[in-house]
Ligand binder design. Structure first.
Ligand code: 5GP
Length: 193
């Protein structure tokens, strides 16, 4: 998506360790007009698919997912990071390793908000190694829900997540795929899609 790529070039900051900071329009301050355009793009890409729920993970996915949910006219559920590892029967559970925080989180979704009648579109801000998505996929499977597809704002194509997810035959729509980025020069290249 050209609009997003241009914005990353203009306002994204490349940090050492393969981290792309997009705090001025996605991860801290949020550009809702941009999110609306992204939501419209996903609406086009998932045209014809049955989607009755958007699923994301706190915290950084929530803003984008909320705007996407408004575009699709469906509710959004976010998986919560839980400190306690109490395996109760009211929630689905999974464990996720965080790329940015280098921690392992227990993540839960209430059984009240996800179940076998749901057809889910997963939305998240970044795809790197795919740990966050693997966790969300586990929750969808545990719930017996169907997966319509996955929408990612920025995929880092040089990390392995995208390849793993596409190998499963899932429709993965990343609006910008970064192929290379260099923190010493600030140069960034995107995959032609
Ligand atoms: P993964 O689980 O695919 O390795 O990483 C995905 C999660 O890590 C995303 O939900 C996002 O919050 C965070 N993340 C991964 N790489 C980056 C990055 O380069 N920049 C930012 N801002 N977040 C990232």
């Amino acid at each position: 998506m050209q609009l997003l790529e241009e914005r990353i070039r203009k306002d994204g900051i490349i940090r050492e360790g393969n981290v792309l900071k997009v705090d001025s329009f996605i991860n801290h301050q949020m550009d809702i007009e941009l999110f609306r355009e992204m939501a419209k793009e996903w609406k086009r890409k998932f045209e014809g698919k049955k989607i009755n729920k958007i699923l994301t993970i706190e915290a950084s996915g929530i803003g984008i997912a909320a705007i996407v949910a408004a575009e699709f006219g469906v509710p959004v559920v976010f998986a919560k990071k839980s400190m306690s590892i109490n395996l109760d029967h009211d929630n689905y559970h999974t464990r996720i390793e965080s790329f940015t925080h280098k921690k392992i989180y227990e993540v839960i979704v209430s059984k009240k908000f996800l179940g076998p009648n749901d057809s889910v579109l997963i939305i998240d801000d970044f795809l790197a190694n795919g740990c966050a998505l693997e966790g969300l996929l586990n929750l969808v499977e545990e719930a017996g829900a169907s997966l319509a597809g996955i929408g990612i704002a920025i995929e880092k194509g040089f990390q392995k997540g995208g390849e793993i997810i596409r190998a499963k035959g899932i429709q993965l729509e990343s609006l910008a795929i970064v192929d290379t980025m260099d923190y010493t020069t600030g140069s960034i290249t995107f995959r032609q899609q």
